[in-house]
Design a protein around this ligand. Structure first.
Ligand SMILES: NC(=O)c1ccc[n+]([C@@H]2O[C@H](COP(=O)([O-])OP(=O)(O)OC[C@H]3O[C@@H](n4cnc5c(N)ncnc54)[C@H](OP(=O)(O)O)[C@@H]3O)[C@@H](O)[C@H]2O)c1
Length: 251
């Protein structure tokens, strides 16, 4: 897979899956825009890693849920690199509350987190790159969702609803941006990033019991699937969701 000459924006790439995705795309030759909201130092470190991989890097602070900031993210990308070929909508609202709060106790505030960052952020970023990608007659958008969007989950009600919205949006966008822009999604199972520290031993055991491959996924394994969707290997795919969960949800 070569992404030489391509320009990628990875939202929420100061750590976790976004960081590994940035490195994967950079190793394949793409120049990468590293977006963060609060973690500037971490984002700068990712930029150094992208540079070390031989690609160009640009760090842009932008809250993906704010239209004006998203427009700046995209205009700075085009100013610096002259194009945008790949958008990975990865930024996600992370808070233990989202998982721990029973349905009856969900407040408007809690509803807003995943809805604004995950769902609206995906909409705003996709809308902001659409004109450029259509004009280029080339573009790949990869949306990061989660298996609760498909199978439901006893916890994380708002999260599951927001991610299900992203899967619906993937199909709607695939039609809206066809034929030159392909839009696909990944639905992830349990990937070992920061959130794993919230889990009890018992919860970890339950996760592993429910997973055929008997382990958490690694962020670099997710990054490789996203790398495939960003490459011309996926040129005849659009509106699809690839499940990356070690064999938990099977169709
Ligand atoms: N890890 C898993 O098991 C798993 C499973 C299913 C789906 N996912 C999805 O995969 C994605 C990445 O997950 P992760 O585990 O790597 O998460 P993470 O470690 O919590 O990282 C989240 C990233 O999103 C950024 N972010 C948060 N709010 C933002 C905003 N308003 N604007 C821009 N950036 C923002 C954070 O940057 P700042 O700190 O700078 O705000 C950070 O870089 C998320 O969409 C998540 O829902 C993860």
């Amino acid at each position: 897979m070569s992404l030489k000459g391509k320009v990628a924006i990875v939202t929420g790439s100061s750590r976790g899956i976004g960081r590994y995705t940035s490195l994967e795309l950079a190793q394949a030759g793409a120049d990468v825009v590293i977006n963060h909201h609060k973690s500037e130092e971490e984002a700068e470190r990712v930029a150094e890693e992208v540079l070390a991989a031989g690609s160009k890097a640009l760090v842009v602070k932008a809250d993906v849920s704010v239209r004006r900031e998203v427009e700046t993210l995209v205009s700075r990308t085009v100013q610096e690199f002259g194009a945008v070929h790949i958008l990975v909508n990865n930024a996600g609202f992370a808070s233990g509350n989202v998982w721990e709060t029973p349905f009856e106790d969900i407040t408007d505030d809690l509803w807003r987190g995943p809805m604004e960052v995950d769902l609206k952020g995906t909409f705003l970023c996709s809308q902001a790159v659409a004109a450029t990608m259509k004009q280029q007659k080339e573009g790949k958008i990869i949306n990061v969702a989660s298996t609760p969007a498909i199978a439901g989950d006893p916890h994380g009600f708002v999260y599951a609803v927001a991610k299900a919205g992203i899967l619906g949006m993937t199909k709607a966008l695939a039609w809206s941006l066809a034929p030159y822009v392909q839009v696909n999604a990944v639905a992830l199972g349990s990937i070992s990033t920061g959130w794993v520290k919230w889990l009890s031993h018992e919860e970890i055991r339950t996760f592993l019991d429910e997973t055929a491959l008997k382990r958490f996924g690694k962020p670099e394994e997710v990054a490789r699937v996203i790398g495939f969707l960003a490459s011309n290997g996926s040129d005849y795919m659009t509106g699809q969701t690839l499940i990356v969960d070690g064999g938990t949800v099977m169709h």
